[in-house]
Design a protein around this ligand. Structure first.
Ligand code: GCU
Length: 398
């Protein structure tokens, strides 16, 4: 395997594939044609080449409120834990538990942040009585520790600012495991009766399962009277940043999409081959993608798409691309550039992103329809990132 390159001078010269040129050669020059002709085409290309197909809705969905706490987070929030159960007429079912905080003083429905977590709901909150979630395919908890990543979630500060916030552990939707048969413990198991694991991996991926889960969380929140689902905001860190972009591309109900340090096959321009490459990512994490994606290893210039197309699928909705200065693996500059290149599509709607030479200084927020920052520090999500997400959240509120 080729070692990661960090030297910009070694980037092989490339031209970007044209986001506005349809497969039949037609050049898109207005928002209507983008929405009806080019956008569906691009969505299909991403499905076929990278992320596979999202499952559809199940035959039956049930929401069971497992607990309600009226004085959560130092009496600032109402906390709910809700079990979402999905079943099919063939008798198969799958469920996961969502943790939800709603501002206690909400007088009218409020906007909501949704995100998946890595280590279980109990790990995202300081509250010690939250159910432990996040099971691997053998049924064991992925992480038994409580409260070690509360800074990534900032629940209390979010509710104080008038936002609800919800999370589910990603393992409970699709275990993040490389083993070829782990999809059989995922939500996909309800939809596929693939004879062989290989057949599944031709069409489905963990990232599509997780994106599906985010949309189902939103379905459930639509039944919550104190939540305004026309103001839903999806966020995700790293592999879950790739997921939030994909969820935002597929589900236009997400009015604001946050990519935090999503890097390779997230916001970063693949053709730059800085930091992680297609070869590396498909070697270590084959299950995140359809199996054929690995054929582009060391052939990034032949990809029939580029990652700014993924940002373009979110237009004209708000999108925030966040990088971290020490996260060179994720190629901060490449993440920034995708936002700039997506401008071709945003401007069809009269919206604007930013110029490719406008990279801001560390910890400065560049706010436009696609906004960007590069935060001090390492690959992570913390209070500084949230300060930017709340800023855009205020625009969504209006
Ligand atoms: C690895 C992987 C990245 C991914 C990250 C994460 O570093 O190479 O692509 O974003 O894990 O999800 O934490």
């Amino acid at each position: 395997m080729k070692e990661a390159n960090y030297d910009e001078s070694l980037i092989v010269e490339f031209t970007l594939p044209d986001v506005l040129e349809c497969l039949n050669g037609k050049k898109i020059d207005n928002a209507f044609d983008w929405v009806h002709l080019r956008r569906p085409e691009i969505l299909d290309i991403f499905k076929k080449e990278i992320f596979g197909y999202l499952p559809h809705r199940t035959d039956k969905t049930e929401y069971e409120v497992l607990s309600v706490k009226e004085d959560a987070l130092n009496n600032t929030a109402i906390r709910k834990e809700i079990r979402l159960t999905f079943s099919m007429n063939n008798g198969k079912s799958h469920s996961f538990v969502m943790l939800l905080y709603i501002p206690k003083n909400a007088k009218k429905p409020v906007p909501v942040y949704l995100g998946l977590n890595f280590k279980g709901n109990h790990n995202c909150t300081a509250e010690q009585d939250v159910l432990m979630t996040g099971r691997k395919s053998d049924g064991s908890l992925a992480d038994e520790e409580r409260s070690s990543q509360t800074y990534r979630w900032q629940f209390e500060e979010s509710v104080k600012r008038g936002f609800a916030s919800a999370t589910v552990c990603y393992h409970d939707i699709h275990p993040d495991e490389k083993e070829a048969d782990s999809w059989r413990k995922s939500i996909y198991n309800l939809f596929f009766s693939a004879e062989s694991d290989e057949e599944f991996h031709t069409h489905g991926s963990a990232i599509s399962a997780w994106a599906w889960g985010l949309s189902r969380m939103l379905d459930c929140l639509e039944a919550e009277p104190l939540i305004d689902c026309s103001k839903a905001m999806v966020h995700g860190h790293s592999r879950l940043g790739k997921t939030s972009l994909w969820a935002g591309a597929n589900d236009p109900r997400f009015k604001f999409v946050v990519s935090n340090d999503s890097g390779c096959t997230g916001a970063a321009v693949s053709r730059r081959c800085i930091g992680e490459t297609v070869e590396i990512i498909t070697h270590y994490f084959p299950h995140w993608f359809v199996s054929s994606y690995k054929n582009y290893a060391n052939r990034e210039l032949e990809l029939p798409l580029e990652q700014h197309w993924l940002i373009s699928l979110i237009a004209p909705r708000y999108c925030c691309i966040a990088s971290a200065a020490e996260d060179t693996w994720a190629d901060p500059k490449g993440e920034f550039l995708s936002g700039a290149y997506a401008n071709d599509v945003y401007k069809l709607f009269g919206a604007e992103t930013y110029a490719p030479d406008a990279m801001p200084g560390i910890d400065e927020f560049l706010t436009s329809a696609v906004s960007y920052h590069i935060r001090t520090g390492k690959h992570d999500q913390n209070l500084i990132d949230w300060q930017h997400y709340w800023l855009i959240g205020e625009k969504v509120k209006m």
